[in-house]
Design a protein around this ligand. Structure first.
Ligand code: MD6
Ligand code: FE
Length: 226
């Protein structure tokens, strides 16, 4: 039995999300797959790329359509970036803070997203948008659907870095009971097809700081938005 590491899920989540630490994709639903640790092979490229993006388009707390300040801070890269203000949610070609285009999608991001999608059964995925969410302890993401993209036929690829978090994986109806799935540094979730509009969220971030990233979790969410 190997020593537990931050790649090893705690065995508290029942059979569906049990500790199959065998490098194989875990099927979460018909068209939703968890690739444990799949981003670790890219980590030396991802972290400097995030620093470069952040230097041009810093993390900021946006205001939701309902007028609440998000606990998660976000930035974007790629041709389109996800934004919210009191007028609502949309994708924009420019960072509203600077008026400049969002930073370009780093090649390592594109490769990771494409490779992850292909492993999950979605070959040829070419994202034009990467939303980068930063959670500090206590930050959370309420149950939501990702439905601001033009076409729902492309999957979403979601990469977790840093502190562990509990992902809520719900159904197509907001009131469907959500499963809880622990996500660890390097994990990648891909979903599309019939699961593309599932509700999902993140419980308030808590727990020990991550050895490499400290007291934060960073989530990269790749979409084809335009
Ligand atoms: C997060 N993720 O993991 C937030 N959306 O911090 C998302 O909102 C998300 O992980 C669509 C598909 C996968 C996701
Ligand atoms: Fe989402």
């Amino acid at each position: 039995m190997p020593a537990p590491t931050d790649q090893t899920p705690a065995m508290t989540t029942g059979d569906l999300f049990a500790d199959h630490d065998d490098g194989q994709p875990q099927r979460l639903a018909e068209a939703a797959v968890l690739l444990r640790g799949h981003a670790l092979a890219f980590i030396d490229e991802l972290l400097p790329a995030i620093a470069g993006i952040e230097s041009r388009s810093p993390f900021r707390h946006m205001i939701t359509r309902g007028g609440h300040t998000m606990s998660v801070a976000l930035t974007n890269c790629g041709a389109l970036g996800w934004c919210t203000d009191q007028r609502g949610y949309r994708y924009t070609p420019a960072d509203p803070l600077s008026g400049l285009p969002w930073p370009a999608m780093p090649p390592a991001f594109t490769r990771l997203a494409r490779d992850s999608a292909a492993q999950a059964g979605f070959p040829g995925f070419l994202p034009d948008a990467c939303l980068i969410n930063r959670y500090l302890p206590g930050a959370r993401m309420g149950l939501h659907q990702d439905r601001n993209e033009r076409d729902f036929s492309a999957p979403i690829v979601s990469v977790s870095l840093g502190m562990s978090a509990t992902f809520l994986f719900g159904g197509l109806k907001r009131t469907d009971k959500a499963a809880r799935l622990p996500l660890f540094h390097g994990d990648v979730v891909v979903w599309g097809g019939p699961d593309r509009l599932r509700h999902h969220g993140i419980l308030p971030l808590k727990g020990p700081p991550h050895p490499l990233l400290g007291a934060q979790r960073i989530n990269l969410t790749f979409r084809k938005a335009g």
